[in-house]
Design a protein. Structure first.
Length: 111
């Protein structure tokens, strides 16, 4: 390097990991009531059944607190961390995020 010239410190580009949106690594737990609700949708309304699975995918593959179905925390449940997402105008998925798991509690009705 010639005398008098200083070498510029180039910042290293951030690793590709930091450019990715934060992903949650949460294991799903399907409670009996939720499984019963899924069976009901499978027998009675295939379109809603497919939508429920689409919402489950969105919850598991992304951030459980943002995304499809207008996620919102439920204030008046017995446990903290309980959220819901709209399936349609009447029905909701209710789930709880706790200890690195997503507990799917309900897949029909409005809370």
């Amino acid at each position: 390097m010639p005398k008098g010239k200083k070498r510029k410190n180039k910042k290293q580009p951030p690793s590709s990991e930091s450019n990715q949106p934060s992903s949650y690594s949460l294991a799903p737990v399907f409670h009996e009531q939720f499984k019963e609700d899924l069976r009901w949708w499978a027998a009675n309304n295939q379109k809603i059944y497919d939508k429920v699975f689409d919402l489950i995918e969105d919850i598991l593959d992304g951030d459980p607190f943002t995304g499809k179905g207008h996620p919102e925390p439920l204030k008046y449940m017995n446990y903290s961390g309980v959220w819901s997402r709209r399936i349609d105008q009447e029905h909701r998925i209710v789930y709880r995020v706790h200890n690195q798991k997503i507990h799917f509690l309900q897949g029909r009705y409005h809370y």
